[in-house]
Design a protein around this ligand. Structure first.
Ligand code: ARG
Length: 470
């Protein structure tokens, strides 16, 4: 008996009077990228078959045959022996055709009460769920590396910037922990996307559901599509289940935001590494030389991460645009969700992996950081706060300090080096104790409130992160 699926190279069914052209075959097939879903596809099929057996829709023998065939297919694909055929369009038809080749009639019964529409939606969700778990782990590792780096630098002072102008001194640890906060939220966002991704479309069939007495909750439980209380998570509307890809858009949005955080960090690493800052060095294995300028060490890794952010944001735009004109329910447009999704996952995972390693190995030039903080009158706000403590209204203090900074600039001195008598000409309230607050260390220590840069606060934050990430 000839297998209908094998005949697809000729035509889909008796309804078609001519075969697909070679060009159309190539245009419509997805197997060379969606074969990546094979494990999810087999897991979904096994869960479906087990339920069909349990419900008496297929026999115990059919189920056993399907399980045996799928085990063999699993090892064939794993070992690279499986022959993927363009003629069989996608991962689903390739695996199903091989199953029927291996076990005969039981293979043909697998698709009972199922369509590729609910099948593919299930596969993508299962696959993405696993990738989200890996991404969350990578985000934890990156946070740990940055917290460890921060622990060495609670007293290392660099200028904090606003508008890229020297603003106030901060510790390098405080600066690194700002990114730890961002990556912590990225991990939260991923966990949230996972919750909505982990719901079962299977059982929706082509679009309207099916007349077979399926037990969808059973399939959901088999596939681990359950909430924190173990309650099965099933998509409640068949039209929605087969057609919407909002979980993919949401994931791409979370990935884009995460890449934007990486990109901001990259921009800083690149600036800090330039000779004009000289704040840090990256380990040599993360830099490249120039083919013409022998003195160069280029920050290619952060530059590429900044560039790849554009690529990931592009995938988000692609996915959103893919969805926008689609009427209910499934349309073949959705086949185009895979490549952007796969590339987003690959790019994000590689980037996080490399950054965890790179951030653990940066060398800090503390004296260059400190000198830069001194150059920009970073403690001017501290002088104003000092005058406020002496009774001046803040706005007046602000004005007094502006005059002091102007004078210091004229003298070519840092505020801390302007003689006391000169400072007193701006306001008689200034006393010798002013120099404590004009030092960078004094400025940091003063910001001893929740969220501030005082070493004591930052140490407490490091402890909090370590407990959270343990
Ligand atoms: N390869 C298809 C996809 O990725 C599978 C679903 C095809 N369904 C269909 N009715 N043509 O979306």
């Amino acid at each position: 008996m000839t297998n209908q699926l094998d005949k697809k190279s000729q035509a889909w069914s008796a309804l078609f009077s001519e075969p697909m052209s070679e060009l159309v075959k190539r245009y419509t097939s997805s197997v060379f990228f969606d074969k990546r879903l094979w494990q999810a596809d087999i897991a979904g099929s096994l869960a479906h078959a087990e339920m069909l057996g349990h419900q008496g829709i297929i026999s115990a023998q059919d189920l056993a045959d399907i399980q045996r065939g799928m085990a063999q297919i699993h090892s064939e694909i794993d070992s690279g022996a499986f022959e993927w055929k363009l003629d069989l369009e996608d991962v689903h038809l390739n695996i199903e055709a091989r199953l029927t080749q291996l076990v005969g009639i039981a293979g043909k019964r697998l698709h009972t009460g199922r369509s590729r529409n609910d099948q593919v939606a299930t596969d993508v969700r299962l696959w993405l769920r696993g990738e989200i778990d890996l991404i969350i782990e990578l985000l934890q590792a990156l946070q740990k590396a940055m917290v460890d780096a921060a622990a060495d630098h609670t007293e290392t002072i660099l200028p904090g910037f606003t508008h890229l102008q020297v603003a106030q001194p901060v510790s390098f640890a405080h600066h690194l922990l700002a990114y730890v906060e961002m990556f912590a939220r990225d991990a939260e966002r991923m966990a949230d996307v996972r919750r909505r991704t982990n719901r079962l479309p299977l059982g929706s069939a082509a679009l309207a559901g099916t007349g077979y007495p399926l037990d969808r909750e059973r399939v959901a439980r088999t596939l681990g599509m359950v909430d924190a209380d173990g309650v099965a998570q099933v998509c409640h509307n068949s039209l929605d289940a087969v057609s919407d890809r909002d979980f993919a858009m949401e994931f791409a949005a979370a990935a884009s935001i995460c890449m934007v955080h990486v990109s901001r960090l990259s921009e800083e690493l690149i600036l800090w590494m330039s000779q004009n800052f000289g704040f840090i060095q990256l380990a040599d294995r993360f830099t490249t030389g120039s083919s013409i300028m022998p003195q160069k060490k280029n920050p290619d890794v952060p530059e590429l991460a900044r560039g790849k952010t554009g690529r990931v944001v592009g995938h988000l735009m692609g996915l959103i645009t893919l969805m926008k004109g689609q009427p209910l329910a499934y349309n073949k447009d959705n086949q185009e969700d895979k490549e952007p999704l796969f590339d987003t996952v690959d790019t994000l995972k590689d980037t996080l992996r490399i950054f965890a390693e790179m951030m653990g190995g940066i060398t800090v030039n503390a004296s260059a950081m400190q000198a830069a903080a001194r150059r920009g009158y970073a403690t001017a706000t501290d002088l104003a706060d000092y005058l406020v403590k002496k009774g001046l209204p803040f706005r007046d203090a602000h004005e007094v300090v502006a005059h002091a900074v102007k004078t210091a600039q004229g003298l070519g001195l840092d505020l801390a080096d302007v003689p006391l008598e000169t400072l007193q000409t701006f306001n008689p309230a200034v006393q010798a104790d002013v120099f404590e607050c004009l030092s960078l260390q004094g400025s940091l220590a003063a910001r001893n409130m929740l969220g501030g840069t005082a070493p004591q606060r930052v140490l407490a934050e490091i402890a909090r992160h370590r407990a959270r990430l343990a």
